[in-house]
Structure formats: structure tokens, C-alpha cells
Design a protein around this ligand. Structure first.
Ligand code: G3I
Length: 374
């Protein structure tokens, strides 16, 4: 009788302890990492305008930072000479203000999603250096100035490097020369001296491109240019770059005296034949059902592989809490991701922590668990 009572008391105690542990365990991403860094999501037009109620509910519950997936890019905000359209951008910034979210601006200077007129005069001739610099300054002053104090961090220059670490031969480089980067940072700083200014790129975990990025940051700093952050986009494949390469890249950039943002995190489980990790948006491959293997669902094993991969990554991020400005996912749920349409339209991809129904995935649990790692 006594033994039975003891066993009962013991199991009641275990149940009570388990319940209290469960009650204490953080259940949201932003809570799990509240002492480490903001957890961000890139949001699309439907989420900004409020027409994706489910996405917005996840955003408000789980995240404390936002990035605009497309809403602040040049072609959207400044589609024609002298014509700005701030409709969606204003809503984006208002959302950040209302919910006290660390609000990111993306992006001021890029070779994509910039209209062709930017580089030409009204007769269609290519602009010269001074005219393009004046146009760049006017754009940056207008956009950064409008959101002064409301956008905390700007991706000033995006993807200026080739994979070999040399400067990408963009129209910016061709017309202005390599100092277009310095100029863009200087203009952004003039417009909002308190904004954290970022150089943002993908594949800077790999040696050659990383060396190019390090040289760039050193050059900017030596010239007194206020670069505060390097954004490692982290559009990852299942096995590359490795968590160890992320670890080493964060260490290498932090050693330059800048913060690091993990700025566009996702994991592409679908085949990318002939290509290593890349986020080159101009890449296009032909439709082929064999390249869309998980259209009907993701096998348990692949699901677990992504979960384990995210756990290893977040253990690295947690370790580097002092070096990180934020960790931002490039989307909220799998259905939102650009990876469903790149480099082949209409595939079914599984890159994020919330599934197509807005439910948490095993990767969500491992990310929460990794918060307790250090
Ligand atoms: O808005 C139109 C819609 O009206 C039209 O029906 C539809 C048909 O294709 O296209 C829609 O525009 C698409 C837009 O995303 C919004 O979904 C564009 O075609 C598509 O090209 C565009 O892709 C964006 C891509 O940048 C373009 O450069 C992705 O959403 C966006 O996630 C992606 O983000 C980039 C970062 O800015 C920089 N780093 C890489 C990252 C991923 O590519």
C-alpha cells in the first residue's frame, strides 16, 4: 500500500515537473532568442497590406524584426524618373512602428530590380558618372530621409561581388567606378546618421568571395565610411555552406569590427543541377518533373534533415550572439518562399520553419531547442 502511494506521489511529482518545464520552455522564436538577437522575417505585399491574416498572425506572435521582400526595391518605390510610390513602403514601415519591430530597409543599390531608365538620360543615352551619382544621391536621400529614425538598418549595397571576389560588372560599376559603394554609404549616412548601414551578399562563406568582402569592408573602414554590418544572406543548400563555414564567416567579419546579420536565411532542399549554392536571381532552368520531387509532400527523412541542419546553424548563431545584429528568415511560411519559383517556376519547396498551412515544422522545434545550447 505504502509502495503504491509512493509510486503515485513520485509520478505526480514527475508530471508536475514536466508541466512546469513545459510552461517555462519558450514557445516562440522571439522569446527563445530574446537575450540573443532579434528574429526576423522578410514579408511580402500581402503581409504588409494585411490581406494575409494567417501570415500576419505568425509574424506578430513569432518575430520581432521585419525585412521587405520586394516593397522597398528601386523598381517598386521609384518606378519612373521623378515619380515615387511609397504606398506599400509606408505601410511596411508603419507595421514595424506599430509592433515595435526592428525594421530593415532592403535595398538601396542593387543590379537587379532597378529600372533601365536609372542609367540613361531622357534621350536614352547612358549617363556619365556625375549624373548617375546625383541620381543615386537623390534616391537615397529621398528614401532614407523619409524613414529616418523608423528604419533601423539599411542594406545599402546588395550583391556587389562576383563569386571570385571581384566587383560585379554592374551598371553602377561601369558608369561610376568602384567608389559607387563608398558614395552610396556616404549618402545613406548623410540622410540618417543613426541608421546601421549594411553590405549584404550571398556566398560570402566561401573563401574567394569572402576575401573580396573582407577587402571591401576594410577599404570602407579605412576611408572612414560608416559600415556597421555585413549581411550574410545564407540562402543555403542542405549540405552547403556547412554550419562550420557559417561559424568561421561570422568570426571573420566580426573581427573587422562590424556586426553580422544573417539576413535572408532559408534552406533549398530541391535539386539545382549544375550549380552550387547561389542566390543569383537571373538563373533559370527548364521545367522538369524530376526536379520537383516533393510536390506531394516531404518524406520524414528529408524533413528531419532540414530540422537537424537548422539546429546546427542556430547553435552556431547562439554562440555568436554578441556578434549578430539579427537572424532573418527570407519569408514566413514555405508557401511564401521565392524558392518555389526559382530557378524553375511552380516547384514545391520546404525552406522555412512554418508549413503551407502556417503550422510549425520539426525545424521550428529544433531552432527553439538550439536557443538553450550555450
Ligand atoms: O509582382 C509580380 C506579379 O504581379 C506577377 O504576377 C508575378 C509573375 O511572375 O511576378 C511578380 O513579381 C515577382 C516578385 O518576386 C514578387 O513575387 C517577380 O517576378 C520575381 O522576380 C520577384 O522575385 C524576387 C527576387 O528577389 C527578384 O530579384 C523575390 O520575390 C525576392 O524574394 C528576391 O529576393 C532576393 C533579395 O532581394 C536579394 N537576395 C536574394 C533574394 C532571393 O532571390
Amino acid at each position: 500500500m505504502l509502495t503504491k502511494t509512493l509510486i503515485f506521489a513520485q509520478s505526480a511529482l514527475i508530471a508536475a515537473l514536466a508541466a512546469s518545464a513545459a510552461a517555462q520552455a519558450p514557445t516562440t522564436l522571439k522569446d527563445a532568442y530574446k537575450n540573443d538577437f532579434p528574429i526576423g522575417a522578410a514579408i511580402n505585399a500581402a503581409q504588409i497590406s494585411g490581406s494575409d491574416a494567417r501570415g500576419d498572425a505568425i509574424l506578430k506572435e513569432q518575430f520581432n524584426s521585419i525585412s521587405p521582400e520586394n516593397a522597398l526595391k528601386w523598381e517598386r518605390i521609384h518606378p519612373q524618373p521623378g515619380k515615387y510610390d511609397f504606398t506599400l513602403a509606408d505601410q511596411y514601415v508603419a507595421l514595424g512602428q506599430e509592433f515595435h519591430l526592428f525594421t530593415v530597409g532592403h535595398c538601396l543599390v542593387w543590379h537587379n530590380q532597378v529600372p533601365g531608365w536609372v542609367f540613361r538620360d531622357d534621350k536614352g543615352n547612358l549617363l556619365g558618372r556625375e549624373a548617375l551619382l546625383a541620381r543615386l544621391r537623390e534616391h537615397i536621400q529621398t528614401v532614407v530621409g523619409r524613414y529616418k529614425g523608423k528604419i533601423q538598418s539599411w542594406d545599402v549595397v546588395n550583391e556587389a561581388l562576383n563569386d571570385d571576389g571581384t566587383l560585379r560588372p554592374s551598371m553602377w560599376l561601369k558608369i561610376i567606378g568602384p567608389d559607387y559603394i563608398e558614395k552610396a554609404f556616404a549618402y545613406a549616412h548623410e540622410a540618417d546618421p543613426a541608421a546601421q548601414l549594411t553590405y549584404n551578399d550571398y556566398n560570402i562563406e566561401f573563401a574567394a568571395k569572402q576575401a573580396g568582402a573582407i577587402a571591401l569592408v576594410k577599404k570602407l573602414k579605412a576611408g572612414g565610411i560608416p559600415i556597421a554590418v555585413v549581411g550574410i544572406q545564407a540562402h543555403l543548400q542542405p549540405d552547403s555552406p556547412t554550419a562550420e563555414q557559417e561559424d568561421a564567416a561570422i568570426t571573420a567579419f566580426a573581427a573587422l569590427g562590424v556586426k553580422v546579420a544573417i539576413s535572408e536565411l532559408d534552406i533549398n532542399i530541391l535539386p539545382l543541377p549544375g550549380h552550387g549554392p547561389t542566390a543569383d536571381v537571373t538563373l533559370k532552368l527548364a521545367q522538369d518533373p524530376a526536379l520537383n520531387p516533393y510536390a506531394k509532400g516531404l518524406p520524414e527523412e528529408a524533413q528531419q534533415k532540414i530540422a537537424d541542419r537548422y539546429q546546427a546553424l542556430f547553435q552556431v548563431f547562439a554562440k555568436h550572439r554578441a556578434d549578430l545584429q539579427r537572424v532573418t528568415f527570407w519569408g514566413i511560411s514555405d508557401g511564401d518562399s521565392w524558392l518555389n519559383d526559382w530557378p524553375i517556376a511552380g516547384r514545391t519547396n520546404y525552406p522555412l520553419l512554418f508549413d503551407r498551412n502556417g503550422k510549425t515544422k520539426p525545424a521550428f522545434d529544433t531552432v527553439i531547442r538550439a536557443a538553450a545550447y550555450n
